[in-house]
Design a protein around this ligand. Sequence first.
Ligand SMILES: C[S@@+](CC[C@H](N)C(=O)[O-])C[C@H]1O[C@@H](n2cnc3c(N)ncnc32)[C@H](O)[C@@H]1O
Length: 274
Amino acid sequence: MLSTSKGLGRVAYNFCARIHVVPAARIGRQRRLQALAAINNPIGARLAMVLQQLRADEPDESARWSHRIEAKRRELAVCRNVIEGQTVRHVCSASKKQRPATLLHLLIREFKPQSALELGTCIGISSAYQAAAMKLNGQGRLVTLEGSRSRIQLAQEVHQDLGLDNITYIQGRFSDTLPHALNAGEPVEYAFIDGHHQEKPTIEYFEMIRPLAADNCIMIFDDIRWSPGMWSAWQQVVAHPSTRIAVDLVSVGICVITPTLHAGSRHSTAPILA
Ligand SMILES: C[S@@+](CC[C@H](N)C(=O)[O-])C[C@H]1O[C@@H](n2cnc3c(N)ncnc32)[C@H](O)[C@@H]1O
C-alpha cells in the first residue's frame, strides 16, 4: 500500500488487486473529481470533466434540447391516458429526471459513440436526451430496447414530435432482443442499462455486452443502490477484470470497460455526489 498526493488525502493503491480507490470517504466531491481526473487513464479526466459540466451551465445547444424535452415531459406528466393499465403520468414518473438524463446527454457529447445502446426505453425521456446528444454530435444512432409495446409506441411519438430520427426501437424482452441487437451492430461503445433491476439479469446483460464492447466502452448502470441485489451486481461489475474505471455516483454507476484483458491498473471511486 502507498499513500499519495498531499491534499488528496489517503489514496490507496493495492498492487495485488490492481485497484486504485479514489479516495477516502471523508474527502469532498471536488477532491474526488480531482482524484478521478488524475488517474493514469485519460478517460478519468474526461469523466471528471463531464461531471463538472453537470454542475455548471450546459452548453447552449444542449440546454435548448433539454428545454424541449422537459416541456414534453411536463405534457406526459399530466396525461391521464391509460396504457397497459397505468396512466401515462404514472409511467412517466419512472423516467430519469432532468439531471441524470443530462449526465447521459453530456457523456454522449463527450465520448461521441457511433453506436449507443439503451435497455429500458419506457416512454422515451432518457432516449430523447441521448439521441439529442447524438444529433448535436452529427453522428451516431441509439438502439433502445423495451418490453412494452405501448410504451415503445408512445416513445416513438414523443421522439417524432421532438424531431429525433436517429433511434432504432427493438421491442421484446431484453433476454430475447439483446442478442439480436448486439449481433446486428458495431462494437458497443456506450450502453445504458435502465430496466430489469435485479442482480442476476443485470450481470447477464453485462456479460452479454462485455465481449462485444469496444475498448473504453462506457457502461452506465441505473439504480445501483435500488436493492441489495443491484448493489451486489454493481460490485461484481466493479470487480470484473475488464472494468478499467468505475465511478460511483450513488444512484448511478458508470464504468469504463475493455473486453480484452491486459495488465494495467484499475480505478474505482468512492461515492461522488453528481
Ligand atoms: C425505469 S424504466 C426506463 C426509463 C427510461 N430509461 C427513462 O429514463 O426514460 C424501465 C423500463 O424497462 C422495461 N423493462 C424492464 N424489464 C424488462 C425486460 N426484461 N425486458 C424488456 N423491457 C424491460 C420496463 O417496461 C420499463 O419501461
